[in-house]
Design a protein around this ligand. Structure first.
Ligand code: ZN
Length: 90
């Protein structure tokens, strides 16, 4: 049974018996592992959320809440990317 692989060059899912993309003809394997390696080194989940001390003035809390919401959204997107990258790895 052939394995479906997503081409890192053109993004087309291709069924491979060899190591080449059916669509663009470039090699699938070397660049793909390189990309996974890059994703492993990129650790967005290690970024701590901004702390909001109780004794901060209200306007500072408001600003920090906005920043923290942005961080939470970024972390959510980052986890999806990490999930997709690990999915490609298998
Ligand atoms: Zn391709």
């Amino acid at each position: 049974m052939a394995k479906e692989t997503k081409c890192p060059h053109c993004g087309v899912w291709t069924t491979t018996d060899n190591n080449e993309c059916d669509s663009c003809g470039k090699l699938l394997q070397p660049d793909r592992s390189e990309e996974i390696e890059r994703m492993k080194n990129f650790k967005p989940l290690d970024i701590p959320l901004l702390e909001i001390p109780e004794d901060d003035p209200w306007y500072l809390k408001a600003v920090k809440h906005v920043i923290r919401t942005g961080q939470a959204i970024f972390l959510a997107i980052a986890s999806v990317l990490v999930y997709l990258a690990s999915g490609v790895a298998h």
